[in-house]
Design a protein around this ligand. Structure first.
Ligand SMILES: CC(C)(COP(=O)(O)OP(=O)(O)OC[C@H]1O[C@@H](n2cnc3c(N)ncnc32)[C@H](O)[C@@H]1OP(=O)(O)O)[C@@H](O)C(=O)NCCC(=O)NCCS
Length: 190
């Protein structure tokens, strides 16, 4: 048992970022289900099951893409991962980020630390561009977070989604990873 003077109880405690394991998936599912059911930040409408998330997580992990969780006070408070942006081969150096933080843990640096770590890990791999596909043009939290981490506005798809009885825009943001487009990709990966 820890005392309330233990630094781990401090609200300013930095989140611990680590690679997600199978055991984290129920917590990831609970966080994501909230956003599926209550917000337009994702265009999914039915929360995926833990088994479905396991299938997705396994595929990303097998492709060498990072899938991270953030712990606050010993609990999973958020997660972040990179996935292929689109499946056609010429997109192979472009990935899409996703970041979700439990509502009770907002504005404690969890999203920023997760996304910053994801960018760093992806920049160390073969990928050269990261795209954010942000559901809802009114999603100030996600738009500002991405701006803070070097993403620029790349476009807005108007009324690309329909959820909760209204049309929803999709905001595209983008940033380079590592040398971006200034050099050719690794010859082995051409
Ligand atoms: C977007 C989200 C991940 C941010 O996570 P978070 O842990 O609350 O963010 P942080 O505390 O790390 O904030 C980092 C910076 O982002 C910006 N920011 C975060 N939330 C914000 C908000 N609601 N309004 C304005 N700026 C915000 C601020 O610049 C903030 O820095 P500051 O607190 O020093 O001002 C979180 O709000 C979330 O899960 N939203 C719903 C899901 C979602 O939209 N995910 C993105 C899908 S692409």
């Amino acid at each position: 048992m820890t005392s309330t003077l233990d630094p781990r109880h401090s609200p300013s405690q930095a989140p611990l970022i680590r690679t997600a394991t199978d055991a984290d998936l129920p917590a990831v599912q609970a966080i994501y289900a909230y956003y599926v059911l209550h917000t337009a930040s994702t265009f999914e409408e039915v929360p995926p099951t833990v088994n479905e998330l396991r299938t997705r997580w396994s595929a990303l992990s097998a492709a060498g893409l990072p899938y991270l969780v953030a712990e606050l006070d010993g609990d999973v408070a958020g997660y972040c991962y990179a996935a292929p942006y689109r499946s056609r081969p010429a997109y192979r150096y472009t990935i899409e980020d996703s970041v979700y933080v439990a509502p009770h843990a907002h504005r404690r640096g969890v999203g920023r630390t997760l996304l910053d770590t994801l960018i760093e890990r992806c920049a160390a791999g073969p990928w050269r561009q990261m795209i954010a596909v942000i559901g809802d043009g009114t999603n100030t939290g996600s738009i500002t977070l991405h701006q803070r981490l070097g993403f620029h506005h790349a476009g807005t798809l108007t009324a690309a989604g329909y959820k909760f009885g209204r049309w929803i825009d999709s905001v595209l943001m983008q940033r380079a990873l590592g040398p971006g487009a200034s050099t050719r990709p690794d010859a082995l990966n051409r």
